[in-house]
Design a protein around this ligand. Structure first.
Ligand code: HXC
Length: 258
């Protein structure tokens, strides 16, 4: 039997998914994408899991689409399999927060996969890039759309048209990643953050995530309207009454996730 292209583990309420194709620098084969989407869905549906971490190894997050596999694709097969859309849709459908932890290369589809995560932490050796232009193609899993939102048009255009990479410090300075840490510390720090998020009311975390993500889809007026609808619906939660009551009673809240 062939080795799994991902490794899955748990740390209390945090589900950890590691990309596991070290010989191909964790390139996104069709099988890896399928296994990754299954694991994400399983963690999302698992009541014992409240946040998810997606990472690679300390050397590489992901070197992008599997170039050997893609070389064999015709237009029609690429169009019909549409696995990049599946990847975007699959990540987009996850209710629980997904923290991406990037050490080493996050190139092409790897950079795009990182940007599909809700929060990004990077090791000091992280390298982000959209080198597709060097292969005679363009980013295909959100690079042209998400990079501009993350770091602005000029920097995004520069990366995409030159294929040049940015390092961890540049990624942090431009807002692509939330934090950079030493390589051997970054996963632990992300797990701590995930545990912290997991300590809050699950439906409130999911609504906050949904509202923030809608900011990328909607204009300000519609976005504010969407936010206020979710904000108002929080008043219906038992956890809302608990949070406010606990604050006023000067005690810790006991969330029931209802
Ligand atoms: C398949 C890959 C690969 C990839 C590396 N390998 N990247 N295999 N797909 N994307 C394989 C190499 O062929 C090699 O296999 C082994 O991994 C180690 O790679 P090296 O090149 O020897 O390592 P190194 O010299 O350290 O260079 C690392 C690297 C380089 C800078 C990351 O591998 C590289 O430039 N890779 C391609 C990155 C890229 O162009 N990505 C965009 C892909 S297109 P062997 O068998 O020789 O040991 C894309 C489109 C987006 O992502 C679509 C959405 C998914």
């Amino acid at each position: 039997m062939s080795e799994s292209t991902i490794l899955v583990e748990r740390a209390e309420k945090v589900g950890i998914i590691r990309l596991n194709r070290p010989k191909a620098l964790n390139a996104l084969s069709a099988t890896l994408i399928e296994e990754l989407l299954k694991a994400l869905k399983a963690f999302d549906q698992d009541a014992g899991i409240a946040a998810i971490i997606l990472t690679g190894t300390e050397r590489v997050f992901c070197a992008g689409a599997d170039i050997k596999e893609q070389k064999e694709l015709s237009f029609v097969r690429a169009y019909n399999t549409d696995y990049l859309k599946n990847l975007n849709d699959g990540l987009f459908a996850v209710h629980k927060p997904v923290i991406g932890v990037v050490n080493g290369y996050a190139l092409g589809g790897g950079c795009e996969l990182a940007m599909m995560c809700d929060i990004l932490y990077a090791g000091e050796n992280a390298v982000f890039g959209q080198p597709e232009i060097k292969l005679g193609t363009i980013p295909g899993a959100g690079g042209t759309q998400r990079l501009i939102r993350a770091i602005g048009k000029s920097k995004a255009m520069h990366m995409i048209l030159t294929g040049e990479t940015i390092n961890a410090a540049e990624a942090e300075a431009s807002g692509l990643v939330a934090k950079i840490l030493p390589v051997d510390k970054v996963l632990g720090a992300a797990i701590e953050t995930a545990q912290k998020i997991a300590s809050f009311s699950a439906p409130v975390v999911a609504m906050a995530k949904e509202a923030v993500n809608e900011a990328e889809e909607l204009g300000l007026k519609s976005g504010l309207h969407f936010e206020s609808r979710l904000y108002h619906s929080c008043f219906g939660l038992t956890d809302h009454a608990e949070g406010f009551g606990a604050f006023l009673a000067k005690r810790d809240p006991q969330w029931v996730n209802e």
